[in-house]
Each structure stands twice: as structure tokens, then as C-alpha cells.
Design a protein around this ligand. Structure first.
Ligand code: NAD
Length: 434
């Protein structure tokens, strides 16, 4: 089967490379020429562990090619995936579907012979039907079906998530489309991965319902951490005690500075917009969005209250990406927190193992960029941990104490052990515990 994937970002690229690894012929399309040239040379434009090795293997096996020519890529395809971005629309929080719709128009012009058009982008309920109408309007002769196949991979473990997902969700309208999707995911079916077939609408909503639920779960444990600080309980113990209950589960129960990334913030907003349009109640999600925004301000206050004044204080920031093992800075909590600290006239010295280039696009020369952890911490008044990269966990408290000028460590990811930090004479301020 020939598969074409339109949009070669985090999702399109991982999907394309992994489908090639399954043995299919893949053409990846993107409108960014530089990205495509890099990929043709076997280099991936993002940081995603393990991806480049699989890419090279599949380029060598002639199973994957990269192009900016959408028309020819669609003509030769049995299945076309739409994997372009669906960011928040400026002003109202709706998902901006302009990229999806413009790709649908281009697909319509190119289709010759039966083609299955699949939305992999996260799109609001009803989008599959709108894509169908766009194609029908632009090319009344087009023979095609629509499917919805939302993606659940996580950046940082995307290859593993794609190859061994908890489930695959497929929204289809015809038997023919179902058979083609079943053939595509056969390698996963052999691993006994559950494949959930639904309507287009249900598939589209499953994605939003899942992401919003996870955002609620994160905010819930963050609120419990706030309460722990007031009543003298320990959030790590609370999370452990809760997580052992199988009905709750231990994932997404780590307190932190608030959720970020390219999905949860925009998807929660878009879900609320959809619910509002249909006059349906989603106040739990609305409160979560509000609390998550406040949380980042609360983190700035926490840092501020560790000293009399932050003015001219030198603050070392460890970690900038929204989570470890990715260079993605989209909606990273570090953006609001660092901007909050800059407004209080602090001097920021930052280090991240992979996200420095992306961070420079956001902060330009407003902050200082250091080459490594030790250089970042050295001589600083305050240390703030914003992302829990493994290499930060390896820092020993005596080493931190020796390198810093001051002794305040604010750990917004709870990666250090309180007692060892106190023993090293550091004023250690974690979340939700002492
Ligand atoms: P991205 O911004 O990294 O990539 C999108 C790509 O589409 C870009 O390379 C862009 O150049 C390309 N593009 C846009 N218009 C195009 C066009 N007309 N023709 C060809 N290429 C075009 O986005 P992403 O993070 O990969 O997300 C894609 C979708 O998948 C979104 O809907 C997102 O919500 C969803 N999703 C993302 C993740 C994630 O972890 N990033 C996880 C699950 C689902």
C-alpha cells in the first residue's frame, strides 16, 4: 500500500517513519523546503530519541521519500493522511483549521482513483465531514472515503508510543475504509493492540476527551500539592497512595509548574469552544484551564517570596522545554515563568540539553544561554528547576552547594531529595512538601 502523509512535523514525521518501518511505501510531504531537504539527507529537524536511526534504515530500504510536491504524492497514494498543525485560533481559542482545509482543497484537485483521506491532526468534532464536503465541492468526480485516526503519541517517547500504543482509534464510515485501516495497522493488531473502530465524530471526540482528562488530572494533583503545603502533608506520598489504586493509576500524578506543550493548552481550549457551541457543560475543563494559567503566576510568586527582592538577582534556570526528551517549547511553562521573573528585574541564566535553539527564538537576548548544567548554576543566587531532564537528577546536593553563590534551590519538578539538600546546607523549596 502507498501511503502519503501531509505535514512532516512531530506527528506526521513519526507516523511516516514508523509506517515505513511496518513495511509500507511512504511519501512525506511538507511545504517547508528546508525541512524536506534535511529529511532527504537522513537528518531529522526535531529532537526525538530513536527516530533518526529508523529514518536512515528506511531511506536505505527505499521505503520512505520526502517531497514538497503534494499533487504527485496524492496521486500515487492509496491512503492520504492529513497531519498538519491545528493551533489555537488567535482571539477565540477555537482550533484553527485553515491548514487542514487548505490541504483538503489541494488533495481534492489531485485525487485520481479511490483514495482514503484520513485526518491524523487533532480536529474538532465535525471536521471530517467538513473535509469531505470540501473535497466533494472541489472535485465532484473524486472517489474517496474519509477516516479519522487521531494520534496519541507523546513527544520524547514518540517512537515507542507509535509502535506500541495503548490503543488505536479509527473513525470510519464504510467497510472499504475500515478494511484499509485494518491492513495498515495489522502489525499492531498482531501485538494485540486494541483497535477501536467508531464513527468519525466519536474518534474526533475521543482525542479531545483524553487530552482534557489528562490536563484535569495534572491540575488536580497540582491543587493537592498546594493543599499539602498548607497542611504539612507530602505530595509525593499522596500521589503514591492515590496511584496504587488501579482505578486512579499512577501516571500524570506528578506535581509541577503546570501543563504546557503543543497539545493540552490548545486542545482544552478547543474542547470548551465546541461544548459552548453546543451549549454543553464542561466546567471542569474550564476551571482546569483557568487554574493552569494561574499556576504559572503562582510559581513566579513562589520564587519571588524566597527572597526580599528579585531585582538584579542572578537566577539559574535548568530546563526550558515543556517536558524532558523534547526540544519543543510550544506553550512551555518556562515561557510565562521566565517572563514573570524578567518583569521583576531578575537576571536569567538558562540551560536546556536540547531546547536552546527553540528557546532563543522566544527569549532572544532577554536571557543568557549557558553551555551546560555546571556553568549555568555556577555563581548564581537562586537555582530553579523547570524541566526534569535526567542529567539534572544526577547533580549532587554538595556539588550544587559548592557551585552556587547563594543557597536557594526551587525545585518545580521535585527531582531532589529534601534531606540531602538540607544536609548540603541548601534552602530547598520543592512543591507540595518540605
Ligand atoms: P507541527 O507544527 O510540528 O507540524 C505540522 C507540519 O505541517 C509543519 O511541518 C508544516 O510545515 C506542515 N504543513 C502545514 N501546512 C501544510 C501544507 N499545506 N502542506 C504541507 N505541509 C504543511 O505539528 P505537530 O506537533 O506534528 O501536530 C500536528 C497535529 O497532530 C496537530 O493537530 C496536533 O494537535 C496533533 N498531535 C500532536 C502531538 C504532538 O505531540 N506534537 C500529539 C498528538 C497529536
Amino acid at each position: 500500500m502507498n501511503i502519503t502523509i501531509i505535514g512532516t512535523g512531530y506527528v506526521g514525521l513519526v507516523s511516516g517513519i514508523c509506517f515505513a518501518e511496518f513495511g509500507f511505501n511512504i511519501t512525506c510531504v511538507d511545504k517547508e523546503i528546508k525541512k524536506i531537504q534535511k529529511l532527504q539527507d537522513g537528518k531529522i529537524p526535531i529532537y526525538e530519541p530513536g527516530l533518526e536511526v529508523i529514518l536512515k534504515r528506511n531511506i536505505d530500504a527505499n521505503r520512505i521519500t520526502f517531497t514538497t510536491e503534494l499533487e504527485s504524492a496524492v496521486r500515487s497514494a492509496d491512503i492520504v493522511f492529513i497531519a498538519v498543525g491545528t493551533p489555537s485560533r488567535r482571539g477565540d481559542g477555537h482550533a484553527d483549521l485553515s491548514f487542514v482545509f487548505s490541504v483538503a482543497k489541494e488533495i481534492a484537485k489531485a485525487i485520481n482513483g479511490y483514495t482514503l483521506v484520513v485526518t491524523k491532526s487533532t480536529v474538532p468534532v465535525g471536521t471530517g465531514n467538513q473535509v469531505k464536503q470540501i473535497i466533494e465541492k472541489a472535485n465532484y468526480k473524486a472517489e474517496f472515503d474519509i477516516a479519522s485516526n487521531p494520534e496519541f503519541l507523546r513527544e520524547g517517547s514518540a517512537v515507542e508510543d507509535f509502535m506500541r500504543p495503548d490503543r488505536v482509534v479509527v473513525g470510519v464510515e464504510t467497510e472499504r475504509a475500515k478494511k484499509m485501516m485494518a491492513a495498515l495497522y495489522r502489525p499492531l493488531f498482531l501485538l494485540e493492540t486494541p483497535i477501536v473502530y467508531t464513527s468519525l465524530e466519536s474518534a474526533e471526540l475521543i482525542k479531545y476527551a483524553s487530552n482534557a482528562f489528562l490536563a484535569v488530572k495534572i491540575s488536580y494533583i497540582n491543587q493537592m500539592a498546594d493543599l499539602c503545603e498548607k497542611v504539612g502533608a507530602n505530595i509525593d506520598d499522596i500521589a503514591k497512595g492515590m496511584g496504587l489504586d488501579k482505578r486512579i493509576g499512577n501516571k500524570f500524578l506528578h506535581t509541577g509548574p503546570g501543563y504546557g506543550g503543543s497539545c493540552f493548552p490548545k486542545d482544552t481550549l478547543a474542547l470548551v469552544k465546541t461544548a459552548n457551541e453546543y451549549k454543553s457543560e464542561v466546567s471542569i475543563v474550564e476551571q482546569t484551564i483557568k487554574y493552569n494559567d494561574l499556576r504559572k503566576k503562582h510559581m513566579v510568586k513562589k520564587i519571588q517570596s524566597s527572597v526580599d527582592s528579585l531585582s538584579n538577582k542572578n537566577i539559574a534556570i535548568l530546563g526550558l522545554s515543556f517536558k524532558p526528551e523534547t526540544d519543543d517549547m510550544r506553550e512551555s511553562p518556562s515561557i510565562d515563568i521566565i517572563n514573570g521573573l524578567l518583569n521583576l528585574n531578575a537576571n536569567i541564566f538558562a540551560y536546556d540539553p536540547e531546547a536552546m535553539n527553540e528557546a532563543k527564538k522566544i527569549f532572544s537576548d532577554k536571557i543568557n544561554y549557558l553551555q551546560n548544567t555546571q556553568e549555568c548554576i555556577s555563581g548564581k543566587d537562586i537555582l530553579v528547576v523547570l524541566t526534569e531532564w535526567n542529567e539534572f537528577r544526577a547533580l549532587s546536593p554538595p556539588e550544587i552547594s559548592k557551585l552556587m553563590k547563594g543557597n536557594i534551590v526551587i525545585d518545580l519538578r521535585n527531582i531532589f531529595d529534601s534531606k540531602s539538600m538540607f544536609d548540603a546546607k541548601l534552602e530547598y523549596i520543592p512543591l507540595g512538601k518540605k
